[in-house]
Design a binder for this molecule. Structure first.
Ligand SMILES: NC(=O)c1ccc[n+]([C@@H]2O[C@H](COP(=O)([O-])OP(=O)(O)OC[C@H]3O[C@@H](n4cnc5c(N)ncnc54)[C@H](O)[C@@H]3O)[C@@H](O)[C@H]2O)c1
Ligand SMILES: O=C(O)C[C@H](O)C(=O)O
Length: 342
């Protein structure tokens, strides 16, 4: 029996993510919350002949808290893609002004109505919204760092796809052999493609320095590619719904004892996850996306990261750059919830 709530379920990501979740036989209840159209989307989905029961929840007016409460009670996994997407010319950090408040209030409700739930944050800027979620959970005395994940899977999905193009190598043979660490924006996104000896050899023999640079740039700025192509009509929705589902499925597989694909990263509070305290000290940042192994409750069991993951100088340099940008976003998130009391 697994209840999954999606907050922002009627949006571009939310609708496709809801459909993918509806198809997963391990989900028994799929609870869709949005400030508009959640009920319609739920009725539509409820006609799909899969076991999950789809329910829709939307507030009648601004004072109505019951819809959110009902959507969350009893939830095991809460996924939050609520908020505004980018338009051309904007950075993800430009979304902070609107999305910070949305994420904080939704997480406040999670703390109240399903404090034990696993929480997956998709809303941008992920580098800050996860920090906001952590601070809000702390304020409500229910922060468990093993249960809070910033969803950065799309960066890995892009890295696998683009590397497959570059190497002319089957994408299914790349999955589980590379990863992406750091954060989820531009220079905080650090693809690590020399972890596996076989892939590393092919990369070294086939990728010229120019093509390697092009590959890294596409992974770091893949989001901009989509924002520009959609010319004002939003950012990545389909690939993100797939990525968000892939991460959710990884957690569900851990819960139900199915085989896990290794090296799925998420942006987490490092010191709270086994193996993360030392890494956090070494890196000098508290939040970082790293590959995680999950336990049978879907919680982060340990971090999968060692010195062999970074074998090239350019990778170490990228991590240094990522840390600088991340530090600013982390502080911004902490200040948003705590004011000057840091
Ligand atoms: N983590 C990632 O890799 C990643 C990838 C793509 C997009 N995103 C982010 O995901 C977010 C959503 O993107 P989208 O394209 O689906 O946007 P969208 O505008 O299509 O959908 C957002 C939905 O959120 C809803 N919403 C707004 N305020 C809400 C609230 N308080 N409670 C519940 N629902 C609320 C809206 O009604 C809308 O249905 C954006 O912030 C975007 O930047 C993240
Ligand atoms: O680029 C965006 O704003 C959306 C998302 O973070 C992405 O990487 O596609």
């Amino acid at each position: 029996m697994v209840k999954v709530t999606i907050a922002g379920a009627a949006g571009g990501i939310g609708q496709t993510l809801s459909l993918l979740c509806k198809l997963n036989p391990d989900i028994t209840e799929l609870s869709l919350y949005d400030i508009a159209n959640a009920e319609g989307v739920a009725v539509d989905l409820s006609h799909v002949n899969s076991p999950a029961r789809a329910t829709g929840h939307q507030p009648r007016d601004k004072s109505d808290q019951d819809a959110l409460k009902n959507s969350l009670i009893g939830s095991d996994i809460v996924i939050i893609p609520a908020g505004v997407p980018r338009k051309p010319g904007m950075t993800r950090q430009d979304l902070f002004k609107i999305n910070a408040g949305i994420v904080r209030s939704l997480v406040g409700a999670v703390a109240k109505y399903c404090p034990e739930a696993l929480l997956l944050i998709i809303s941008n800027p992920v580098n800050s919204t996860v920090v906001i979620a952590a601070e809000e959970l702390k304020k409500n005395n229910c922060f468990n760092p093993r249960k809070l994940f910033g969803v950065t899977t799309l960066d890995l999905v892009r890295a696998e796809t683009f590397l497959s193009y570059e190497l002319n190598y089957p994408v299914e043979d790349i999955r589980g052999k590379i990863t992406v660490v750091g954060g989820h924006s531009g220079d905080t996104i650090v693809p690590l493609i020399h972890i596996n000896t076989e892939i590393s050899k092919i990369v070294s023999s086939k990728l010229s320095p120019e093509r390697l640079e092009n590959f890294i740039h596409r992974v770091q700025y893949g989001g901009d590619e989509v924002v520009q192509a959609k010319s004002g009509k939003g950012s990545a929705t389909l690939s993100m719904a797939y990525a968000g589902y892939r991460f959710t499925e990884t957690i569900l597989n851990a819960i139900t004892g199915k085989e896990n694909k290794a090296l799925e990263p998420a942006y987490i509070y490092l010191p709270g996850v086994p193996g993360g305290e030392e890494l956090s000290r070494k890196l000098g940042v508290e939040y970082f996306a790293v590959p995680i192994e999950f336990d049978n409750k879907g919680e982060a069991k340990r971090i999968i990261f060692n010195n062999n993951f970074i074998s090239k100088n350019y990778e170490a340099q990228m991590i240094e750059i990522a840390k600088k940008s991340l530090t600013k976003s982390i502080v911004q998130g902490q200040l948003f919830v705590n004011g000057s009391k840091l």
